[in-house]
Design a protein around this ligand. Structure first.
Ligand code: FES
Ligand code: MG
Length: 571
């Protein structure tokens, strides 16, 4: 190791070095500033991000590891995002979190960073920031909650709220019991325990090579999380000494492995926009088509809710993500290294499956094909996605008449109108929910079905939207339509009664309306009322600069890297 970046602050006997050191001393010896890697612990702990609230304890274990390896740890609280609280959607703030983290990593005397993330947007924001700064970095996924149970039945975060509230409406559960179940569902520290976005992104971070292998999926309340956090602190010092950076780890080969992992775990569709955004920061040529090409034939091996039966604690007990990846080792790119310097595939030789009900094998997968299908056609010139594993097979090839809603509120107001012309073959279209339109691309795409059809026993319909869908949801839902309606996408031109063709086997999403007719329609004013028109602040900046789903919904001026050059002196 040659000179440290932090030497630019702490080195030297002059007035400037004195100032930088003196305020940081507070009991630290002079030697703390003499050639010792300064490791920032990017800490998303917040009482308003309950999924990450345990990170101060995790940070203490990281600190011990950093000291033990000869570094100096510094806790760096960074912008946090609590998925259940933040409005209008945490996704609106992902890029702001990433931008603020990036700037703070660069502005401070930091040689390496440990990234503490859990709740949905936090790991993506941390990885985007680390990619743009390209300082040695390693992720600690905060881990899932312990499995809930209530009156003898298991409880899954998110997924069970819908089931229980239906029970209350049907008179099968009292309001009092419903309230009492709250603490049973959210039983412990940690993030959602289904295969939602948080669980997915923790495992994806590991598949990218950005965690100590074997760490992802460790429950937040498990002692082994703290043990691994200690080891991660040690590793962070090592990363600085060996000058191993995100740009060396998160390569095209690493994205290949992340996409295979995404398929094998049946992960959240949200991982698509997050991975595209991370790739954009690194200048890695990753496109929507890569998800289809690499991921759509990967067998799904994990039997977790919402699609399956079990919860994250069960996945960990059954062998964890590495046991899953070992089954698809032949599909992985052996050249992709991890933060340890060794290839990911080197960790896939002696993993065992301890419960085959939770983790399937290559010979007996949970589903033959998982992954993401990317659709093309005149309704989505830049693409749209669907998760076939979460859809009703019979609906994957379908033609139906559009029933169009211009906003979520419009949908809620009219979906149960007895006069709404809708039947089981209709295609529900919801627009105005893209990055610019909402703004922030919320998780609203799996719109509710009309009650009159539910009463007929209909449980799924084709739905099309320019928004996202919760990782805990499912249905035959076409998501991430690009360009979105508010950015002039053809989705804005659909009218009630238009025929729409969905053909997932052939990857087609088509509006059966002639080009001439569409040209006529596009000359008329369309749905400007129902999309966002922010006048100031972050929302204004966001709407003016945000890109579409096919490139990861990043801001145009944040794509790419600025690096970690040391700024001018502050005094
Ligand atoms: Fe935080 Fe689900 S609400 S991970
Ligand atoms: Mg979510």
């Amino acid at each position: 190791m040659t000179g440290l970046r932090s030497d630019n602050w702490y080195g030297g006997d002059n007035r400037d070095g004195y100032i930088h050191r003196a305020w940081m001393r507070r009991g630290l010896p002079q030697s703390a500033f003499e050639g010792r890697p300064q490791i920032a612990i990017a800490n998303t702990a917040s009482d308003l991000t309950p999924c990450n609230a345990h990170f101060n304890e995790v940070a203490e274990s990281v600190k011990q590891g950093v000291y033990e390896a000869g570094g100096i740890p510094q806790n760096l609280p960074v912008m946090s995002l609590g998925e259940t609280n933040v409005r209008p959607t945490a996704m609106l703030w992902r890029n702001l979190a990433a931008m603020s983290m990036e700037e703070m990593f660069r502005a401070n005397p930091v040689d390496g960073v440990v990234l503490l993330g859990g709740c949905d947007k936090t790991i993506p924001a941390l990885l985007m920031a680390a990619a743009s700064v390209d300082l040695p970095a390693v992720v600690i996924p905060g881990g899932p909650m312990l499995s809930g149970s209530f009156r003898g039945r298991p409880m899954a975060c998110g997924t069970d709220i819908w089931k229980l509230s239906e029970d209350v409406r049907a008179g099968a559960m009292t309001q009092e019991l419903f309230q009492r179940s709250e603490s049973s569902m959210i039983r412990s520290r940690g993030h959602c325990n289904t295969m939602g976005t948080a669980s997915t992104m923790g495992i994806v971070a590991e598949a990218l090579g950005m965690t100590i292998p074997g760490l992802a999926g460790t429950p937040a309340a498990d002692s082994r999380l703290l043990e691994a956090s200690h080891a991660t602190g040690r590793l962070a010092v090592d990363l600085v000494r060996s000058d191993r950076r995100p740009s060396q780890v998160i390569t095209k080969a690493a994205f290949h492995n992340a996409i295979v992992a995404l398929g094998a775990i049946g992960g959240s569709t949200n991982a698509v926009v997050h991975l595209l955004a991370i790739a954009g920061r690194l200048g890695v040529d990753l496109s929507l088509d890569d998800f289809d090409r690499i991921g759509s034939n990967v067998p799904m091996l994990v039997n977790l809710q919402p699609a399956g039966e079990y919860l994250m604690e069960d996945l960990f007990r059954a062998g964890g993500p590495l046991a899953v990846l070992q089954q698809v080792k032949d599909l992985l790119d052996p050249s992709a290294i991890t933060v340890t310097g060794k290839p990911l595939v080197d960790y896939l030789t002696d993993q065992e499956i301890w419960d085959s009900a939770v983790i399937g094998t290559r010979d007996a997968p949970i589903q033959d094909h998982a992954g993401i299908a990317v659709l093309q056609g005149n309704l989505a010139p830049l693409g749209a996605i669907i998760k076939p594993a979460a859809a009703t097979p019979a609906l994957l090839t379908h033609r139906g008449r559009a029933v169009v809603f211009d906003s979520v509120e419009d949908c809620h107001a009219r979906i149960d109108d007895p006069d709404l012309e809708v039947d089981a073959d209709s295609v529900l279209v919801l627009r105005g929910c893209g990055p610019k339109g909402y703004p922030g691309m919320p998780e609203v795409s799996n719109m509710p079905l009309p009650t009159k059809l539910l009463q007929q026993g209909i449980r799924d319909m084709v739905r099309i939207c320019d928004g996202r869908m919760s990782g805990t949801a499912y249905g035959t839902v076409v998501l991430h339509v690009a360009p979105e309606a508010a950015a002039g996408g053809p989705l804005a031109l659909v009218r009630d009664g238009d025929m729409i063709e969905l053909d997932v086997p052939n990857r087609v999403l088509r509006l059966d309306v002639s080009d001439e007719e569409l040209a006529t329609r596009s000359a008329e004013p369309a749905m400007t009322e129902s999309v966002a028109h922010p006048l100031r602040g972050w929302e204004k900046l966001y709407v003016d600069h945000v890109g579409q789903a096919d490139t990861g919904v990043d801001l145009d001026f944040l794509v790419g890297a600025t690096g970690n050059a040391v700024g001018r002196e502050s005094h």
